[in-house]
Ligand binder design. Structure first.
Ligand code: PRX
Length: 653
């Protein structure tokens, strides 16, 4: 039976518990129809829940593939996330409750957060950062990450957060592409008891980035930097705490047009170069705030915890902008789930009384493997809602999550969305939707998702390509510096239909109209919920002096969902050795980051190619996953495949 058949046979349904449904922020199923009838009015209503310094009169302008939302309105994201709460009853309510991996803690109320955000905005002023300038942020999961993002938003600078697990080279490429003027980093961060040398990486990156004028360094680990404390470069590097102490704590927010850029965030695509996804202010914040309120059912007394890193879009939308726009109390944790022990997450849930918990399937699979005893040690009775994001969740992982973490009482919201969509697009509404393990269920109100075939014909039941058929407020507006790629990547899948957005995912639709996301249909892999383009990894391998050619494919992995297998041809005269295997994996980690390290490297004298010279990745995937090989008759040299398969089997046994 194929995976698809299994999925379609999943008939377990879980209606919202009565009490949950009665109290839910959104409990009237009529919302779907109302939103579908006039989606512009629906989103305009959501937008009016934000605070606008100049109200909008126009809602949507749609000249496919270009959309603007709330075009003539003005607002500021930091005002919506901080000031309006700090001004009122939430003044002394905890906004960010943070715990570092070593166990140090910090709570910032909305009033304190406002003080910090204003100070940081003033720091940016003093460094000469102007509206529209780009600021790169390369930080661990510490409150300063949120403060830096909101400080940028306050003055209209465009933040570009780079995940702290990325290498110096990845950081460099992103800074160069964005032409960032300032970099915010830290001496280091803690991960599984080790110090991640962020400042050292930053120094390596900046050596090749002419645009960076200033570096602001948070003192997090207090470890000597690069072996000696002297590596703060005079005239360029300054300590965060020194600048903040001197800065003014009252810095009015700059009014931003709804369509001014709030941030760019880089994500992998099918070619080697990461794309800087551009999000603007009004539409993004609208969808961000409203989906948070509706999907997570956020209430005044909730303690909300999203375990993502701010380096990914989930961290942007559902750690910083969405929850804070709703005046929530958000838990933020710096480190790994298994440090110092495998119950760290559950210890945190108990300690802080977490009520809403949002994580990724890869983490859930790891928790399953470690066993339910770790969660059992802790009182998780305050939890009332669970969420999942980043990749398809296997029905058995969903059931485990429901039973062992959710105590069989918490609804689960499986949220499908992307860096490009800005916020959630397909998800249950926990007070309305009957959930079913493994399905993200239906499109959010005001969002139009369909399954299409290659000719843009609608598929009601069965498999096809996922498409978004109408614009939505949080949609990306372009790719930074490469508008043509925006059109080509997202709006050219169906010729003559520039109104159809192609997310790159395949999906199934069942008899109830529920979506089952199957994963990427392009050369993008999803490793532990992180998007990695196979081309990026191939380029990193070919960059090594011993490598002539490389082909990278995904293979199923129990915990990570997918893992990377690399088939590598060496240059003449180079011997395939175990040392070289290790060296190549390290090389990829240095070029991109540890998340992109291939699990397997298979040396091969040749790669299977068609007669026209195209590498047959399908065959490589079959080999990597141990399947019987498909048709090899189009190969230039069929013997290559047989040799590779024998080699791979030798590796696995
Ligand atoms: O393939 C889909 C998968 O993650 C991709 C988007 O990755 P990224 O831009 O890094 O954003 C991840 C966090 C929003 C999608 O194209 N994906 C995301 N959420 C789900 C998912 N696949 C299945 N189910 C989900 N809930």
């Amino acid at each position: 039976m194929t995976d698809i058949d299994v999925l379609l046979q999943e008939h377990r349904k879980f209606p919202p518990p009565d009490a949950f449904a009665r109290a839910a922020n959104v409990s009237d199923p009529g919302i779907y129809e109302r939103a579908a009838k006039d989606y512009e009015a629906f989103w305009a209503g959501c937008a009016r829940e934000l605070e606008w310094s100049k109200p909008f009169s126009r809602v949507l302008e749609w000249k496919p593939p270009r959309a603007t939302w709330f075009r003539d309105g003005e607002l500021n994201a930091s005002v919506n996330c901080v000031d309006r709460h700090a001004r009122g009853a939430r003044r002394d309510k905890p906004a960010l409750v943070w715990e570092g991996e070593p166990g140090d803690t910090l709570t910032l109320t909305y009033a304190q957060l406002l003080d910090q955000v204003c100070r940081f905005a003033s720091v940016l002023d003093s460094l000469g950062v102007k509206k529209g300038d780009r600021v790169a942020i390369y930080l661990p999961m510490i409150p300063e990450a949120a403060i830096a993002m909101l400080g940028c938003a306050r003055i209209g600078a465009v933040h570009s957060v780079v995940f702290g697990g990325f290498s110096a080279e990845s950081l460099r490429d992103r800074i160069v592409d964005a032409q960032a003027k300032v970099l915010i980093t830290a001496d280091g961060g803690f991960r599984r008891g080790h110090v991640v040398p962020l400042k050292k990486n930053a120094d390596d990156a900046i050596a090749e980035t002419p645009t960076i004028e200033h570096v602001v360094v948070v003192r997090r680990t207090k470890e000597p930097i690069g072996g000696s404390p002297a590596s703060m470069k005079a005239g360029r590097d300054q300590w965060w705490h020194d600048l903040m102490a001197k800065a003014s704590a009252s810095r009015p927010a700059t009014a931003m047009n709804a369509e001014d850029i709030l941030f760019t965030l880089y994500t992998s695509g099918t070619t080697g170069k990461p794309k800087g996804i551009v999000h603007t202010t009004g539409g993004y914040l609208t969808q961000c705030a409203y989906t948070t309120k509706a999907i997570f059912d956020l209430k005044e007394d909730d303690v909300y915890w999203c375990t993502a890193d701010v380096g990914w879009v989930t961290g942007h939308t559902y750690i910083v902008y969405g929850p804070l726009a709703n005046g929530a109390t958000c838990l933020m944790y710096e480190g790994a789930p298994d440090w110092p022990a495998k119950d760290r997450f559950w210890e945190l849930c108990e300690k802080y009384g977490v009520t809403i918990f949002y994580t990724a399937p890869t983490a859930i699979r790891a928790f399953m493997k470690w066993g339910a005893q770790h969660a059992k040690k802790h009182d998780l009775s305050k939890l009332r809602l669970l969420g999942s994001v980043g990749e398809p969740i296997n029905p058995e992982a969903w059931m485990w999550y429901r039973e062992h973490i959710g105590g069989d009482r918490c609804p689960i919201v499986d949220t499908w969305w992307q860096t490009e969509t800005g916020a959630t697009m397909i998800s249950p509404l926990p007070g309305i939707t009957k959930t079913t393990p493994g399905s993200a269920t239906v499109a959010f109100p005001g969002i139009f998702a369909e399954l299409l075939d290659n000719n843009a014909k609608r598929i009601d039941v069965g498999g096809g390509l996922l498409a978004i058929t109408k614009p939505w407020p949080g949609m990306l507006r372009t790719i930074w510096g490469d508008d043509e790629r925006y059109v080509r990547t997202y709006f050219s899948k169906w010729p003559g239909r520039p109104d159809l957005y192609f997310p790159g995912d395949g999906a199934k639709r069942d008899d109830d109209g529920y979506f089952w996301i199957l994963g990427r249909v392009d050369d993008v892999l999803n490793v532990a919920g992180h998007r990695i383009g196979t081309m990026e990894v191939e380029s990193a391998l070919v960059d090594h002096p011993s490598v002539a050619e490389a082909a990278v494919v995904g293979k199923a992995h129990e915990l990570k969902g997918q893992a990377l297998a690399a088939f590598v041809t060496l240059r003449e005269g180079t011997k395939p050795t175990t040392e070289l295997n290790v060296e190549l994996r390290e090389h990829v980690a240095n070029k991109i980051g540890a998340i992109a390290k291939p699990d397997d490297i298979i040396f091969s004298a040749d790669l299977p190619k068609t007669r026209s010279g195209k590498i047959m990745r399908r065959l490589l995937r079959d080999i990597a996953e141990g399947r019987t090989l498909g048709d090899t008759t189009t190969l230039a040299d069929p013997a290559v495949v047989a040799a590779l398969r024998d080699q791979y089997e030798g590796l696995e046994s």
